[in-house]
Design a protein around this ligand. Structure first.
Ligand SMILES: NC(=O)C1=CN([C@@H]2O[C@H](COP(=O)(O)OP(=O)(O)OC[C@H]3O[C@@H](n4cnc5c(N)ncnc54)[C@H](O)[C@@H]3O)[C@@H](O)[C@H]2O)C=CC1
Ligand SMILES: Nc1nc(O)c(N)c(N[C@@H]2O[C@H](COP(=O)(O)O)[C@@H](O)[C@H]2O)n1
Length: 226
C-alpha cells in the first residue's frame, strides 16, 4: 500500500456527463448551493490539485471563497487556503496564472524530468517544484511526495484527463459529482473522465454509491472507489 493522502475528486457535470463545452473553457454547471459545498470541501482539504489542461483552459484561483472559512483555517493554525497543486509534466504553467496571483498559501507545481529547465526556473520563483517521473508526472510517486509534505487530505478538481489518470491508477478514494440540469453534447466536449478508457468491462473501476442529495437544480452523487 502506498503511503499517500486520502484523495477525492469533486467535479460538476451536465446530465450527459460533460464538464465543459467543445470550446473547453470553464462553464457554470453548479448552482449557488453547490459552489458553497465545493468551498467547504476546499476549506477542509490540505491541498487542491488540478491538471495543467485546467490551468490553461480556466485559469482558476482555487482559493477558499468564504472569509469565515479562511478565518477558521487560520484559527486551526493552517494557511488561509489549501496548497494549490498543478500536475504539469512540461512546466507549462504560466507564471502569471491566477493560482499564483490570488490568495495566500503554498503553491506546488509537479513536473517531470523532461520539463525545460528555463520554465522550471521561472516557476521556482512562484512555487515549490516537485520532480516526479521521466517524461510524464509519475502520479504514484507524486502522491507519496505530497503525503511527505503533510498533505493528508487531497482534493482533485479536474480536469477530465487528470481525473481518469488518477482513478485508473487506483489513487482515488472517493468521488463526488454534481450533475446539473443541462445537456452539453458534442464529441469534443470533455467528459468527467477522459483519457484512454477501458476495453473490457472487467477493467472498470468499481464504485459504491455512498450518498445522493438533491441540490440546486441537480443532484450530488458521492461514490466510494472500491
Ligand atoms: N466542471 C468541472 O468541474 C471542471 C471542468 N474542467 C474542464 O476540464 C477541461 C480540462 O481538462 P483536460 O484538458 O483533460 O486537462 P487536465 O486538467 O485533466 O490536465 C491534463 C494534463 O495534465 C498533464 N499530465 C501530467 N502528468 C499526467 C499524467 N501522469 N497523466 C495524465 N495527465 C498528466 C498532461 O499534460 C495532460 O494533458 C477544461 O475544459 C475545463 O474547463 C476542469 C475542472 C473542473
Ligand atoms: N464545482 C464546480 N462547478 C462548476 O460549475 C464549475 N465550472 C467548476 N469548475 C472548477 O472550478 C475551478 C474554478 O475555481 P475558482 O473559481 O477559480 O476558484 C475550475 O477551474 C474548475 O476546476 N466547479
Amino acid at each position: 500500500m502506498l503511503d499517500r493522502p486520502y484523495t477525492f475528486i469533486n467535479s460538476a457535470m451536465s446530465a450527459d456527463g460533460k464538464i465543459s463545452t467543445k470550446k473547453r473553457k470553464q462553464v457554470k454547471i453548479s448552482g449557488k448551493t453547490d459552489f458553497d459545498r465545493v468551498d467547504e470541501l476546499r476549506a477542509g482539504s490540505d491541498a487542491v490539485m488540478v491538471g495543467i489542461g485546467t490551468v490553461l483552459a480556466d485559469d482558476p484561483s482555487l482559493t477558499v471563497k468564504s472569509e469565515e472559512r479562511r478565518k477558521r483555517r487560520v484559527a486551526e493554525g493552517k494557511d488561509e487556503n489549501p496548497a494549490r497543486v498543478v500536475v504539469d509534466s512540461q512546466a507549462r504553467t504560466p507564471p502569471t496564472a491566477d493560482i499564483f496571483k490570488k490568495g495566500t498559501g503554498k503553491r506546488i507545481v509537479v513536473v517531470s524530468q523532461a520539463a525545460p529547465a528555463d520554465r522550471v526556473a521561472a516557476l521556482k520563483e512562484k512555487a515549490e517544484i516537485i520532480v516526479c517521473g521521466k517524461d510524464e508526472v509519475d502520479l504514484e510517486q507524486m502522491s507519496v511526495e505530497l503525503k511527505k509534505r503533510g498533505i493528508n487530505r487531497l482534493m482533485i478538481e479536474g480536469g477530465a484527463t487528470l481525473n481518469y489518470a488518477m482513478v485508473s491508477r487506483r489513487l482515488v478514494d472517493e468521488i463526488s459529482v454534481f450533475v446539473g440540469n443541462l445537456i452539453i453534447g458534442g464529441k469534443d466536449a470533455p467528459t468527467f473522465m477522459d483519457g484512454p478508457g477501458i476495453a473490457e468491462r472487467s477493467e472498470a473501476v468499481e464504485l459504491r454509491l455512498m450518498k445522493y442529495e438533491q441540490m440546486d437544480e441537480g443532484i450530488v452523487l458521492t461514490w466510494k472507489v472500491l
